[in-house]
Design a protein. Structure first.
Length: 308
């Protein structure tokens, strides 16, 4: 969908949200059906997150996710979403080695249909290089999964005045480097709100309270399709996993019990064509076998045996 489409969400609209204090709604999606559902729901922004590693591929962390996997997910999402602003999440080691590699890989996301890329951490030089190439960037501060070991694990960030000052300084430097958006993860409400108020660019949160400019939550967390753990900030709006499992169990039981497929699920053949079919002696099914199959499920064809 071209950026000048009348219904397409653009950076102009997202900047206006911040200016008029309208909250922006963000959600992840990793494939065509999820993107289609999110887009029809009117979500403003879809992030094709490297969280697909855990939600879709079954990895224990996001670190094993590759560029090829991310590009594949982005292409699928771009085919399903017509109106949402699309952000592609740059995976581990797709931007760290050099500015040249960072710009090249960022470009691949744009070719795959994204409007913007997301880069973790305060990598000022890398992000400036991408921005200078004409590509929009969302930075990601607070809890940064790519460097969770350095942070001591998945720990809430910005819990002290000093750490909040450090994150705020990083955020301002990233804004000066050309960042279009900032995502804050796992931070207390007040520090995150201070950072959002100090920046001109939109600041979104994932587990960062209600004083930021918008909210991001993982698709699978929202609808009950992820079972490894449930973060404190997540609200489940339905249990889709349970609904799908129940449907599959019902399907299995009907197949095994002979209720599915039923007559309304059959394709028909014209009677004259059936006669031709049954009259062909080369056909591998005998006429009486076909007729027996057409009888009601519980009917029994008598079997006579010759007695000596």
């Amino acid at each position: 969908m071209p950026a000048d489409s009348r219904t397409k969400t653009t950076i102009i609209k997202l900047r206006k949200h911040k200016r008029v204090k309208e909250k922006t709604c963000l959600v992840t999606a990793y494939d065509y059906p999820q993107a289609l559902i999110a887009d029809k729901a009117g979500v403003d922004v879809i992030l094709v997150g490297d969280s697909c590693g855990m939600t879709t591929h079954g990895y224990k962390t996001t670190l094993p996710v590759t560029m090829e996997e991310m590009i594949n997910h982005c292409e699928s999402v771009s085919r399903g979403a017509k109106d949402a602003f699309l952000i592609g999440d740059m995976p581990y080691m797709s931007y760290q080695p050099s500015d040249q590699i960072a710009v090249k890989n960022a470009g691949r996301f744009i070719v795959a249909g994204m409007d913007c890329v997301k880069v973790e951490g305060s990598m000022i030089d890398r992000i400036k290089a991408i921005c200078d190439s004409g590509i929009m960037v969302m930075s990601h501060l607070g809890l940064t999964p790519h460097t969770r070991a350095k942070l001591g694990g998945y720990r809430v960030q910005g819990k002290t005045a000093k750490s909040t000052e450090i994150i705020l300084d990083q955020a301002k430097r990233l804004q000066d480097a050309g960042c279009s958006f900032l995502l804050l993860e796992a931070m207390p409400t007040e520090p995150a709100g201070i950072i959002a108020s100090e920046l001109d660019i939109p600041v979104y949160g994932i587990g960062a309270g209600d004083r930021v400019d918008g909210q991001l939550v993982i698709f699978h967390d929202l609808v009950g399709l992820f079972w490894e753990f449930k973060s404190k900030f997540v609200k489940r709006y339905c249990e889709a996993g349970q609904l799908i499992q129940s449907a599959l169990e019902e399907y299995k039981n009907e197949v095994k019990g002979g209720q599915f497929p039923a007559q309304e699920n059959f394709y028909e053949i014209k009677e004259q064509e059936l006669e031709k079919l049954l009259g062909d002696i080369s056909w591998k099914y005998e006429k009486d076998r076909v007729e027996n199959l057409a009888k009601p499920k519980h009917s029994v064809t008598p079997i006579t045996t010759k007695r000596d």
